[in-house]
Ligand binder design. Sequence first.
Ligand code: 4FV
Length: 262
Amino acid sequence: MNFIVITIFPEMFAPLLEHGIVRKGIQKEKISVQAVNIRDFAEGRHKMTDDRPYGGGCGMVMKPEPLAKAIKASQKRFPFSKTILLTPQGRVFNQGLAQEFVSLKEIIFVCGRYEGIDERICSNLIDDEVSIGDFVLTGGELAAMVIIDAVTRLVPGILGGEDSTEKDSFSDGLIEHAHFTRPRVFEGMNVPEVLLSGDHKEIENWRLETSLIRTFLKKPDLLENRAFNSNELEILKKWCKSVEKIIHTQSVSGPDALSGGQ
Ligand code: 4FV
């Protein structure tokens, strides 16, 4: 998988290439990350890449000429690529989009700066607009790095045993279960007994139940249109029963019944 980043700050990407999953992906020759400096395509003594906005107003806009040359040169080198502009106006990036992008062989990221890029670039040279969230960054570089990290870890053969995408949050539409490691007792807090039981069926069930309850509490929207398997339905029915029992007890013997009349 080839990632090409078009930017006026190529040096920002150096640390990304030297650490973690991206470094491993490059070492295993599963991915490459190449930075293209827009300034290398700028004319004149000052190699201007931005200018004042037509119609006045504050801030600067990225000039179309150097950006167009940089994009066209990259699209020529990577003919099977998809060119993505990082912008708050784009479709919001999520795990689903990460899984979609991992099937692409080459992605060219256009990293805007200042108020943005000249619109004539968007209408002619950009295939897709993607946002990493409804907030405004000072540049698209960090957004490109976020997407490169999330997609690289899905490239087969990069992640080792110590981490896997199998039980990823969102991979099955649920938030991941809680994780625990040594020591057994930390500041008086114990590890759930079931995880020490060695009973893998029970552990799997506990993990599924904690995934469901965490998703129910933290991201209930994920459950709305989700198809549940029989195991998950059993757990949800079990919860309903205990909730109904509480309601029933409450309705029969009044509010104090539960709180023991406190
Ligand atoms: C952004 C985002 C973002 C907007 C103007 C760069 C900045 C500046 N990119 N997700 N949110 N981009 O705020 O992707 O050009």
